[in-house]
Design a protein around this ligand. Structure first.
Ligand code: MSP
Length: 522
């Protein structure tokens, strides 16, 4: 089994402050990073910022700053948010890093030397906000087919990466590797596009007189590199200087290719087509998976500054707590589909799944353990029927295929399968009655609930690290991470038993209910 795991987020433009879309991808990547660390893998988790190109140059101009000054300021917003969202250890790449620039130039030179890049005169329609050329027939009502904004006709000399010659190879690659592009609907979309269109070559330069904020082409200083070419290379260049132990040059090969590039559905073509063919031309292995998630709308509407409905993740964390926010984003909709964000939906999840199902289970259990046994839990045998149900859910929640296909909501549903089994067990067994006349049964029931909570805390950890740690402490363990380090393989098994006496302790409720007018009415 491969012992290393490399996951990336897109690198975010520094022309704007982070919103829920940025938070979403980074949290998802963090969950994968944490889970894989839990499984004993060496993990490299990469995020960062995309700092070149017209958008950033324009945003800086508007603020009266140089692009680099502007980027330096904006980077802080992302870093601050990652702390707030409890994003675990990661590499942070900036496309203005000297090492990244060197890698981009090195790869460009290699492609140029191999005849994979050509200089041509080109006439086309240019969409400035999207930084993309379109042909006449691509336009819709004379406007950009992607964003609907006006385009300008431009004729100039430029450098082209000969992407078209990789069309057939790419189709075959995607057909031969069913999980290369996920979810399947997106894979079909890319295949449909590739099969029904003739792939053009990719313009990878911009004349300096039009755009100066970019990486100069190593073989022609009067041009800078197209921002997407520069940006996509980040995933590879980071393996040359940001990975753990990067001083050792051989580690670059160890870390490449990435296991997952997580992206939003709007940037699928750049990844599935541009990046894949760039790697083919460079004779580098392709990533194992590109996963395009859906978009969040807000109360049914597209998020936009003009509608003033942009969700600031800082506000949500301040109001509802980081774990509830992380849980909601991954539980509410399958990763890959679009979802609608509303505070009411978030409150509903908190009150039902978190406060009611999980929080109440833990606090009722602790209260009973203290009342009946002064907090002591005696190691007992598994109750067979209960075990069978829980183990089924545990298997789904830890299934490799579910994790490699990023089925976060299914995984969470199954963790909650264990939680509700435990709640049902309490309802069925009525420990308060057993306390009167069946101490042996009571001990067994209490141990089994304790065990289900132990497993739940482990499974919940990648999604809600603070909650897991709190549960773990209340359940009588010292430190979740130490415990896991010592017992990695066995601790996830249902039948694992601690080698010391267990004493649970009372603490604050994990998730207090949120009282709103609507909730009160209900
Ligand atoms: N810089 C490029 C990515 C280069 S990767 C080599 C970029 N940056 S971005 O900042 O504009 O967008 C980053 C991500 O945010 C994209 O994956 C995009 O899909 C995502 N989202 C933007 N709005 C979103 C929602 N409303 N909902 C979910 N994700 C959204 O593109």
């Amino acid at each position: 089994m491969n012992r290393r795991f490399y996951v990336t987020t897109p690198i975010y433009y520094v022309n704007d402050v982070p919103h829920i879309g940025h938070a979403y991808t980074t949290i998802a990547a963090d969950i994968l990073a944490r889970y894989n660390r839990l499984m004993g893998k060496q993990v490299f988790f990469l995020t960062g910022t995309d700092e070149h190109g017209q958008k950033v140059e324009k945003a800086a101009q508007e603020k009266g700053k140089t692009p680099k000054e502007h980027a330096d300021l904006m980077v802080g917003n992302f870093k601050k948010l990652w702390v707030k969202l409890n994003i675990s250890e990661h590499g942070f790449i900036r496309t203005t890093d000297t090492e990244h620039i060197k890698t981009v130039q090195g790869l460009l030179q290699m492609l140029w030397d191999r005849g994979e890049i050509e200089k041509r005169s080109y006439a086309g329609w240019y969409c400035t906000p999207d930084e993309r050329f379109w042909t006449e027939k691509d336009l819709i009502d004379g406007k950009c087919p992607d964003c609907g904004r006006p385009v300008e006709e431009i004729q100039e000399e430029n450098y082209f990466f000969l992407m078209s010659k990789y069309q057939d190879r790419l189709i075959k690659y995607i057909e031969d590797n069913p999980s290369y592009v996920l979810p399947e609907t997106r894979r079909n979309e890319v295949l449909g596009f590739l099969k029904n269109n003739t792939l053009g070559d990719l313009c990878i330069s911009r004349p300096k007189q039009r755009l100066s904020w970019g990486i100069p082409l190593p073989f022609d200083e009067s041009f800078v590199t197209y921002v997407w070419f520069d940006a996509l290379v980040n995933y590879f260049s980071a393996t040359r200087y940001l990975v753990p132990g990067a001083e050792d040059a051989r580690l670059g090969e160890f870390w490449w290719p990435a296991n997952h590039h997580l992206i939003g559905k709007d940037i699928l073509t750049t990844h599935a087509v541009y990046w894949s063919t760039m790697l083919m031309a460079l004779n580098l292995p392709l990533p194992i998976n590109i996963f395009a998630h859906g978009w969040w709308t807000v109360n049914g509407k597209k998020m936009s500054k003009s509608l003033r409905n942009v969700i600031d993740p800082h506000d949500m964390v301040d109001k509802y707590g980081v774990d509830a926010f992380r849980y909601f984003l991954l539980r509410e909709v399958p990763f890959g589909l679009d979802g609608d964000f509303s505070e009411q939906a978030l409150i509903n999840r908190i009150n039902t799944d978190l406060a009611n199902d999980l929080g109440n289970l833990l606090s009722r259990f602790i209260a009973m353990a203290i009342k009946y046994f002064e907090g002591k839990i005696e190691i007992s045998e598994s109750l067979e029927e209960f075990k069978v149900h829980c183990v089924k859910s545990l298997a789904v929640a830890m299934d490799e295929q579910n994790w490699s296909h990023l089925r976060f909501n299914l995984i969470l549903e199954n963790i909650w399968g264990i939680v509700s089994e435990a709640n049902n067990l309490i309802a069925r067994e009525e420990p308060w009655k057993l306390a009167k006349d069946n101490q042996e049964r009571l001990k067994a029931v209490m141990f089994n609930i304790w065990n289900s909570l132990r497993v739940t805390a482990l499974l919940v950890y990648p999604f809600m690290p603070d909650t897991a740690e709190k549960m773990w402490n209340q359940l009588g363990f010292k430190s979740l991470s130490d415990e896991i380090r010592g017992n990695r393989t066995e601790i996830f098994s249902w039948d694992w038993k601690p080698s010391y006496d267990i004493k649970v302790s009372k603490a604050e409720h994990l998730f207090p209910r949120i009282e709103t007018k609507e909730a009160k009415k209900k």
